[in-house]
Design a binder for this molecule. Structure first.
Ligand SMILES: Cc1cc2nc3c(=O)[nH]c(=O)nc-3n(C[C@H](O)[C@H](O)[C@H](O)COP(=O)(O)OP(=O)(O)OC[C@H]3O[C@@H](n4cnc5c(N)ncnc54)[C@H](O)[C@@H]3O)c2cc1C
Length: 391
């Protein structure tokens, strides 16, 4: 007999787990999440999982704030632990980016984000190891932090399971089944499942799954390395999370006196990669490059040393924002993918929005913003900066 479900969620990263959690919380009983590997075994598990609200559009800034409140109250709202550490966040700019920074901070404050501009002595007091001579200003978000992305995904999945969902690992969706043009279920590596609704939360693989039913998602997987550096002993205290527009990197502290460093150069989207076959490590030239960039800003790190690193995949869309949508050509098919390297921090809000869309066809203004047809009509989401993930 064919298995059945009310909703099949494809993908066990933070997005799929959050969608499954929120569907179950909203009372959908027959939720089945299918993950081809293990939960968070894809890009989610390689994420630096920084939770900041610095966005230059109101919709995403509001979603980041809503999600921050969930991360802060994880035990009570979701259950388990997301490992949230409130480290604070600074983004430093030179003159060319000052107007955009000031505009963004005003926008963020207008939606309730605790952020303000700092400079000079105050900036040096906040972050004593920072080289500030070429920075005209910084935005400071004291409430920002970072999480454990695997614990986050696992606890969302546990919460979904506790509310009746089935979480199945090691089972790949090999195709979406259609009957008379609408979703009828999925084919999997272990037999078919009949279902009237499928949520494609397959991250860097989402465009392939969609292509199987003739739906084009403009997602390009690209490779993004993260390097770990051990701080020298004179680096007095753990730094805040920091994004640097001058040298185009971000950095966050990690346990073991480490700093994790990645790039925010939008040209990195050109490093196209097959998510099933790519170099998952970091090579010496990347370590040297990232080490050079970060130690220009934190000179003490010149006396630190490399602890290697890893590489993950971003699912990049043309405007660096996700598709959160019901696919009009294929009734019953939903997409939550294309997070372009900044989707971790949004996963609580995204799960709630997608669950509302699936169960009630609820399409509030936020979902209008993330519709797939923007790539056809040219209504792309424009940020005030050109720094990829900081859209
Ligand atoms: C190095 C790196 C650093 C990052 N840092 C940050 C950060 O600091 N802050 C932030 O907000 N975001 C960050 N991100 C981005 C963030 O991690 C991602 O946007 C987010 O994790 C995407 O989650 P997802 O669930 O949508 O997709 P994924 O994590 O890609 O999950 C999709 C899952 O679907 C599964 N799957 C695919 N196809 C199938 C199929 N056919 N059948 C069954 N299962 C399937 C895959 O195995 C995978 O587990 C970073 C990403 C990387 C790579």
């Amino acid at each position: 007999m064919t298995e059945t479900a009310d909703v099949v969620v494809v993908g066990g990263g933070c997005t799929g787990a959050s969608v499954a959690f929120h569907l179950s919380q909203q009372g959908v009983r027959g939720v089945v999440l299918l993950e081809k590997g293990a939960l968070a075994s894809g890009p989610t598990g390689r994420s630096t999982a920084i939770v900041r609200q610095h966005y230059s559009n109101e919709v995403t800034a509001r979603m980041a704030l809503e999600s921050l409140r969930v991360f802060q109250q994880w035990g009570a709202r979701i259950g388990g632990s997301c490992g949230f550490v409130q480290a604070g966040f600074l983004v430093g700019v030179r003159e060319a980016d000052r107007p955009a920074l000031e505009g963004n901070v005003a926008l963020q404050r207008s939606v309730g984000i605790d952020v303000r501009i700092v400079s000079g002595d105050e900036l040096r007091r906040l972050e004593p190891e920072l080289y500030t001579e070429d920075l005209v200003a910084a935005a400071w978000e004291p409430e920002a932090g970072y999480c454990d992305p695997v614990a986050t995904t696992t606890s969302l999945a546990d919460g979904a399971r506790a509310r009746g969902a089935r979480i199945v690992q090691g089972r790949a969706v090999t195709g979406i089944r259609l009957e008379r043009g609408r979703v009828a279920g999925v084919e999997t590596s272990a037999g078919a499942i009949a279902a009237p609704a499928v949520v494609n939360a397959a991250g860097a693989w989402a465009h392939r799954l969609a292509a199987g039913v003739g739906v084009k998602l403009p997602i390009e997987p690209s490779r993004h390395p993260v390097c770990a550096f051990r701080r020298p002993s004179e680096f007095a205290r753990a730094p805040m999370i920091y994004a640097d527009f001058v040298n185009q990197f971000y950095m966050r502290p990690e346990t073991g006196d480490l700093c994790l460093v990645g790039s925010i150069d939008p040209a990195d989207a050109g490093h196209l990669a097959d998510p099933d076959r790519y170099n998952e490590g970091v090579d010496l030239s990347t370590i040297t490059d990232f080490g050079g960039r970060v130690s220009q800003r934190y000179p003490a790190l010149e006396r630190g040393f490399s602890r290697g690193g890893w590489a993950g995949i971003y699912d990049v869309t043309p405007d660096w924002h996700p598709v959160l949508d019901a696919v009009e050509e294929v009734p019953g098919l939903f997409v939550a993918a294309g997070f372009s390297g900044h989707g971790f921090k949004l996963c609580p809000a995204v799960g709630g929005l997608m669950a509302g869309l699936v169960t009630a066809g609820r399409r509030d203004e936020r979902l209008e913003f993330f519709r797939a047809d923007r790539f056809r009509t040219g209504r792309l989401i424009h940020g005030k900066y050109d720094y990829s993930i900081v859209g």
